[in-house]
Design a protein around this ligand. Structure first.
Ligand code: SAM
Length: 284
């Protein structure tokens, strides 16, 4: 690898990371995996040329993907994670003492193994938590066939290219619907809307027919370039997305969780979307 790692997610726009040292690089059974030490963002992992996570800013994404759905739900015991091989989301989910079981379905064992070795602070022991159950397999197969239901399901997938593509399809979302308990919540990584507007449009088109409430919330993740990134939100309980700030503040305080990005006020405001995203949703 040259002195720079150039992300190849967008054909006409690249972000570059100055590389100090490549720690691991390999073609796994499913994707190209590289983990390198960077000058400005600590250790970085990329899959198929797309930045997945960095030591320096992972907290933003993992806190928002975990705490918004879990604190909105308020009493989740059974959680399903699709993807999330770096372990950061599992770490944040298991910080909720009320969670009794966190099943993680990850297609690539190599991602888990290499992240435990080279990005240990991401999982921080979460894989050894007795509440964690790791399943190696395709997330779409799991949600179409599993005989269990969950209070909260989180899709922490790559972008809709390669193995992650199926996790943005109607059959996958139908599987999510069948695996959610009544009053459950689904949230998913859904890309940077300014750069990938079609991803917001298609997810909204595919999720809306299945759930009473389908919307998005946002966070600013520095290395997901091009503006705020969106998280897809789906639930049959219309109230969960509209909880008042006082309730969120009380739940966060009772959770005993400390954070570096998440705040109840930010949670409450994160569903307020800029007009260009609302326009995308309006067109459906
Ligand atoms: N936070 C990152 C992001 O927003 O781009 C994603 C983190 S995580 C590294 C993405 C994970 O999804 C990877 O570990 C990848 O192996 C996994 N994955 C991709 N397709 C999958 C599938 N069909 N089923 C299960 N896991 C999948």
């Amino acid at each position: 690898m040259s002195e720079w790692f150039d992300e190849t997610l967008h054909s006409g726009y690249h972000q570059g990371f100055r590389v100090k040292k490549v720690l691991f690089e390999s073609k796994t059974e499913h994707q190209h995996l590289v983990i390198f030490d960077s000058v400005d963002f600590g250790r970085v992992m990329a899959l198929d040329g797309v930045i997945q996570t960095t030591e320096r800013d992972e907290f933003v994404y993992h806190e928002m993907l975990a705490h918004v759905p879990l604190l909105a739900h308020g009493k989740a015991k059974d959680v399903l994670i699709i993807g999330g091989g770096d372990g950061g989301l599992l770490r944040e989910v298991l910080r909720h003492a009320r969670v009794e079981r966190a099943v993680q379905v990850e297609i690539d064992q190599a991602v888990i193994d290499m992240c435990v070795e080279y990005l240990p602070r991401h999982s921080s022991g979460a894989y050894d938590d007795p509440r964690a159950e790791i399943v190696i397999g395709d997330g779409i197969d799991y949600v179409q066939n599993c005989g269990r239901q969950f209070d909260v399901i989180l899709s922490d997938s790559t972008d809709p290219i390669g193995p992650g593509e199926v996790l943005f399809t109607s059959p996958f979302y139908e599987g999510i619907k069948r695996c959610l308990k009544p009053g459950g919540v689904f949230a998913a990584q859904n890309g940077v809307a300014f750069m990938q507007p079609e991803e917001v449009r298609t997810t909204h088109q595919r999720l809306s027919p299945l759930f009473a409430d389908c919307h998005f919330y946002a966070a600013a993740v520095p290395t997901y370039v091009g503006g705020i990134m969106t998280f897809a939100w789906a639930s049959d309980d219309l109230n969960l997305r509209k909880l008042d700030l006082e309730t969120l503040q009380q739940r966060f305080s009772e959770s005993g969780i400390t954070s570096r990005y998440y705040t109840p006020a930010l949670h409450h405001g994160s569903f307020a979307l800029p007009q260009y995203i609302l326009d995308i949703l309006k067109d459906d």
